[in-house]
Design a protein around this ligand. Structure first.
Ligand SMILES: O=P(O)(O)OC[C@H]1O[C@H](OP(=O)(O)OP(=O)(O)O)[C@H](O)[C@@H]1O
Ligand SMILES: Nc1ncnc2[nH]cnc12
Length: 172
């Protein structure tokens, strides 16, 4: 299996001074590494796959869509404001280097559908928390969350604090 994690590149002071940015684009650019990374994310969910993967814009779209194909389920976009054409629900949040809002279509999934929330990086945890609350407000049953990389010192897992499991393919 490819050591995809060795391809993650550290970029200091991006997007702001003091932030060490973990850049996953070299993993995505390498076919064997990309496939191995998605397989690692899929492994915990293969036995009981979700009805849908909800990917968080924008890096969560790349991994979430690949994971949905791998797990043979649907894909739901959780988007930044003003991008979805239908009626939406909206939720504000703070992340490691700023604040933003997320939106989801009111009819994104049927009530009670089993949804897995997916993103590339768990940092302070605000993004994943907001996406999960938004999907629950929409009527989804969030069965868990799945990230490629968990930045352990930033404490996102404490913020998660949820009965649904949070899986990370790599701890840094
Ligand atoms: O755990 P947190 O502190 O909330 O941070 C994690 C979030 O930060 C990044 O998203 P960003 O908003 O930079 O968007 P992008 O995917 O469009 O680059 C990353 O893709 C996660 O979604
Ligand atoms: N340090 C970091 N590297 C990459 N993505 C991030 N999202 C939030 N913090 C991040």
């Amino acid at each position: 299996m490819s050591d995809w994690s060795a391809l993650i590149r550290d970029v200091p002071d991006f997007p702001k001074p003091g932030i060490m940015f973990r850049d996953i684009t070299p993993v995505l650019a390498d076919p064997a590494a990309f496939a191995a990374a998605v397989a690692a994310m899929a492994a915990p969910w293969r036995a009981t796959p979700p009805d849908a993967v909800a990917g968080i814009e924008s890096r969560g779209f790349i991994l979430g869509a690949a994971l949905a194909l791998e797990l043979r389920c649907g894909f739901v976009p959780v988007r930044k404001p003003g991008k979805l054409p239908g009626r939406t629900l909206s939720q504000g949040y703070r992340l490691e280097y700023g604040s933003d809002r997320l939106e989801v279509h009111v009819d994104a999934v049927p009530a009670g559908a089993r949804v897995l929330v997916v993103d590339d990086v768990l940092a302070t945890g605000g993004t994943l928390r907001a996406a999960t609350e938004l999907l629950r407000r929409q009527g989804a049953q969030v069965i868990g969350a799945d990230v490629l990389v968990e930045l352990v010192p930033l404490g996102g897992r404490d913020r998660w604090d949820d009965a649904a499991p949070l899986r990370a393919a790599l701890l840094m």
